[in-house]
Design a protein around this ligand. Structure first.
Ligand SMILES: O=P(O)(O)OC[C@H]1O[C@H](OP(=O)(O)OP(=O)(O)O)[C@H](O)[C@@H]1O
Ligand SMILES: O=c1cc[nH]c(=O)[nH]1
Ligand SMILES: [Mg+2]
Length: 208
């Protein structure tokens, strides 16, 4: 079974609470998503390989270390876009490839509407989606990323339901999951409880 890393850090809990709060404005919500994505990035990058790079400091030459992998970010539209810039700040040479899915409100099944992949996959792919609810969107996304040829795939979410984690682990036992918080479960409409509502709508200010 794939590993699940739940960030258990005071900063994560602090920023998660402000993210969840229904009074948080879209402007602050976006900032909170970004802060939490940075904290997730710190965890998910812990074992990335390094190579030596010879540089000169103002005082002397030295062998420095730099990341050696080709890293790809795959934000799941729309809400995954909210996490992308935070990852790019830390990984400025990462490639960004997009997948578009929306969840059909009746069937709760993910519906694909956009895919943009290169001819060869990166060495490591970070799948970005703040919400892992039933796990349908994440599982389908990972299916497509595997068809692309990627083998080192890591799922980054801000909030997950146990049901979504179980589904991704069952379908993709090779994919580690990194999440800021694991919530109680899903309501009848498959929204995460206590959750934060619809992440895409809160990021893009499209709540009607
Ligand atoms: O685990 P699941 O049950 O599949 O639900 C999670 C999906 O739902 C949300 O996207 P949504 O369909 O609301 O699209 P949006 O990002 O455009 O709002 C979320 O960002 C995930 O992609
Ligand atoms: O709680 C949920 C479930 C799916 N998508 C969201 O944005 N929020
Ligand atoms: Mg949405």
């Amino acid at each position: 079974m794939g590993t699940v890393t739940e960030l258990n850090h005071p900063l994560v809990q602090h920023h998660l609470t402000h993210l969840r709060d229904s009074r948080t404005s879209p402007h602050i919500f976006r900032a909170q998503v970004r802060r939490l994505a940075i904290l997730l990035a710190e965890q998910v990058c812990r074992d990335l390989p390094l190579k030596t790079k010879q540089i000169e400091t103002p005082l002397e030459p030295m062998d420095g270390k730099v990341l050696s992998s080709r890293i790809g970010l795959v934000p799941i539209l729309r809400a995954g876009l909210g996490m992308t810039d935070a990852l790019l700040d830390l990984l400025p040479t990462a490639e960004v490839w997009h997948l578009g899915f929306y969840r059909d409100e009746e069937t709760l099944q993910p519906v694909e509407y956009y895919q943009k992949f290169s001819s060869s996959p990166p060495d490591v792919v970070f799948v970005l989606d703040p919400m892992l609810a039933t796990g349908g969107s994440a599982s389908e996304s990972i299916n497509m990323i595997k068809k692309w040829g990627a083998s080192d795939i890591r799922m980054l979410s801000i909030i997950a339901a146990p049901e979504g984690i179980a589904r991704v682990r069952k379908k993709h036992p090779d994919v580690p999951i990194f999440v800021c918080g694991i919530d109680r479960g899903l309501n009848n409409a498959a929204y995460i409880l206590p959750g934060l509502g619809d992440a895409g709508d809160r990021i893009f200010n499209t709540l009607s």
